[in-house]
Write a protein that binds this ligand. Structure first.
Ligand SMILES: C=C(O[C@H]1C=CC=C(C(=O)O)[C@@H]1O)C(=O)O
Length: 484
């Protein structure tokens, strides 16, 4: 499925059982959980998960949880893939000089003590969520203050839907002797809360809200100067490409509703990865076209994206725009640099690469990118998070060469990127999972939102054209926010 240049798609609502079915569903879950706990008593030190089949429910929307609970949401509309987790069975925060490696080690330790019970034979392993900021070594400052630099989060209750099958998973970190009846009560209460949250439909967007831009950083003149400075560094140093970013703040006429926002994004960007989470006071949302990596067994898939142009509602013009992007030497060069950084990062940890045919067009609503999919086989004993630590930050969000671009940005980019251009996603108990690059995203704060967009600067960049490209990228989330 390819995103249309414009025009909304049909929106789906979550289907969930009637009150009558609900009681019998609850009874079935109660019995299954109690029996499993009795047959396989948890022991101190275990991370204990029970997964049950849940054929009755097909999930689509973001449940409207009350009481500011933490949650994580992942969805790829095109694949009908859905994960929603709430409550914290376990959370690991990492900082210091190598936070992603730290998470990789912590996840390995966690896997060693993870007891996964699957009485219904769902074959859907329990999963944790993980993510990190663009520079996860640096403390988070406003507006990101309070979010971890990098984290793993195992929800107490998790719903997963994939390949048209749906499962419900309860998890608990068994610190000491635990009373299993209390655990059953707690999990059932969480399940009730989740069903109630599903009942609170966000409702149709109704009237659009008007968004007023209240701040931008850098301002257009400073952007102009920064692009020129970057080009000068590209002429006079080893730097070949650097990704400069902008931040804008918008104010809506009402409180922005993440549920309505995610439903709108489902319609507008069906091929993207959709993410939302709330940690403490922070609500973050994204609909990103780019995977940092996906792992299944030893198979690894990464997206190299770089080189962008607008699209047109006129089919003929749209085709011309696509073809000229595919033949644009500046865009092709910018793209090739991204492919190089990814292959360079993967070479020591992959035993084999599949030849990639690329670049191809990745058409999205309003804009299109050059895209190359890179596939390989990870060497034995290399985990998803270890691979992520090598890959991040790619040339699509940072620049080339990696270390030179990072240093250039640390010296010249004044805004705080926070988790924008970081990565986040899910990892299951078998080590499979997917992390998406956090682009086309917003940090929500009541009726305000902070939005971010960047553009790859190379020797041939024109500051105005690069500014316009960031506007195209901002438009993705701005349009969706009008319906939130
Ligand atoms: C930094 C962003 O996009 C990156 C990813 C795809 C294409 C890009 C480009 O063409 O410049 C950027 O490198 C963003 O969307 O904020």
């Amino acid at each position: 499925m390819v995103d249309p240049p414009n025009g909304p798609r049909h929106s789906h609502q979550a289907q969930h059982p009637s009150m009558f079915d609900r009681q019998s569903l609850r009874d079935r879950i109660h019995t299954a959980v109690s029996r499993t706990l009795a047959a396989h008593p948890p022991a101190a030190g275990q991370l204990y998960s029970i997964t049950l089949a849940l054929p009755e429910i097909h999930f689509r929307g973001l449940p409207q949880l009350r009481d500011c609970q933490s949650y994580w949401y992942w969805r790829q509309p095109e694949k009908e893939e859905y994960l929603f987790g709430a409550g914290e069975a376990l959370r690991i925060d990492a900082s210091g000089s190598t936070p992603i490696q730290h998470l990789a080690e912590a996840f390995q330790q966690l896997q060693a003590r993870w007891r996964c019970l699957d009485p219904d034979h769902t074959a859907i392993p329990p999963a944790a969520f993980s993510g990190f900021a663009f520079v996860p070594q640096r403390p988070m400052i406003s507006p990101w203050k309070g979010l971890p630099n990098a984290a793993i989060f195992l929800p107490e209750i998790l719903i997963q839907q994939r390949n048209n099958r749906c499962s419900l998973c309860f998890s608990h970190d068994i610190a000491s002797e635990s009373r299993t009846e209390l655990l059953v009560e707690r999990w059932l209460a969480l399940f009730d809360q989740l069903l109630q949250a599903l009942d609170r439909k966000s409702g149709p967007p109704g009237q659009r809200t008007r968004l007023t831009r209240t701040r931008q950083q850098p301002d257009p003149q400073t952007w102009h100067a920064l692009v020129q400075q970057a080009k000068e560094s590209i002429r006079n140093s080893d730097l070949e490409k650097v990704v400069l970013t902008r931040q804008i703040r918008v104010e809506a006429q009402r409180r922005l509703d993440p549920g309505r926002l995610m439903a709108t994004l489902d319609c507008l960007y069906p091929s993207s990865r959709h993410l939302a989470f709330r940690i403490g006071e922070h609500s973050f949302v994204a609909a990103t076209p780019e995977r940092l990596l996906a792992c299944q067994g030893s198979q690894i898939n990464c997206d190299a994206i770089g080189g962008t142009s607008r699209r047109s509602a006129d089919e003929r013009e749209d085709k011309i725009l696509g073809e000229s992007l595919l033949n644009n030497p500046k865009a092709l060069h910018e793209h090739a640099l991204v492919v190089d950084t990814i292959q360079h990062a993967l070479t020591p940890i992959c035993s084999r690469f599949e030849p990639s045919s690329g670049p191809q067009l990745l058409p999205l609503r309003g804009l299109q990118h050059l895209h190359t999919e890179i596939q390989g086989s990870l060497k034995p004993d290399t985990s998803l998070l270890q691979a992520a630590a090598r890959l991040h930050p790619t040339g699509a969000v940072n620049g080339v060469p990696t270390a030179v671009a990072s240093q250039w940005l640390a010296q010249h980019e004044a805004l705080e990127r926070g988790w924008y251009t970081g990565a986040a996603g899910w990892i299951n108990a078998e080590g499979d999972g997917e992390l998406a690059v956090l682009l086309r995203c917003a940090l929500l704060d009541g009726s305000q939102a902070h939005l971010y967009a960047g553009a790859g600067i190379t020797a041939g960049s024109d500051p105005d054209a690069e500014f316009d490209e960031t506007e195209l990228k901002l438009a993705a989330m701005l349009e969706a926010l009008e319906n939130a």
